[in-house]
Design a protein. Structure first.
Length: 143
């Protein structure tokens, strides 16, 4: 397969069930837990990588009138439900399915930011954190 340069225009975000918004931008930070293994006899820092974690954000426009909400149900008198589900982030998509470069993992939405501007802009930002005991499913075609 020839080398293909990825562009944001070919991206895709599939939200968890019952969540809706017009996603225009997504960001994901993939990191590993780092454990310091440095002993007294060592002259340099020695670290080992542990389990993977992904955090990030989704940005775009809020929607209404559909079967879900951007952020699930919010109540004032009870603890929040585990608001989230399976999230798919793709760099290269065909229609509504991912093809060559994507991450799929379960998330919880940890914060919500809503904005409305008199001149007409309305935005929604959802921050997420991975909540997946098996880690992410990564598709990254190299040939």
């Amino acid at each position: 397969m020839p080398l293909t340069y990825l562009t944001g225009n070919d991206g895709l975000c599939t939200l968890p069930t019952a969540h809706t918004m017009n996603v225009k931008v997504w960001a994901a930070n993939v990191a590993y837990f780092v454990s310091d293994q440095t002993g007294f006899s060592m002259t340099g820092k020695y670290r080992r990588l542990g389990i993977v974690d992904i955090t990030g954000s989704l940005g775009g426009n809020p929607t209404y009138g559909s079967a879900g909400t951007p952020f699930g149900t919010i109540t004032t008198s009870t603890l929040p439900a585990q608001n989230g589900g399976s999230l798919v982030l793709a760099f290269n998509a065909s229609g509504t399915s991912t093809t060559n470069a994507s991450l799929t993992f379960d998330v919880v939405f940890s914060s919500i930011a809503l904005n409305a501007d008199k001149s007409g802009d309305a935005t929604l930002t959802l921050n997420y954190e991975m909540s997946d005991t098996n880690g992410p499913s990564v598709v990254w075609v190299t040939s």
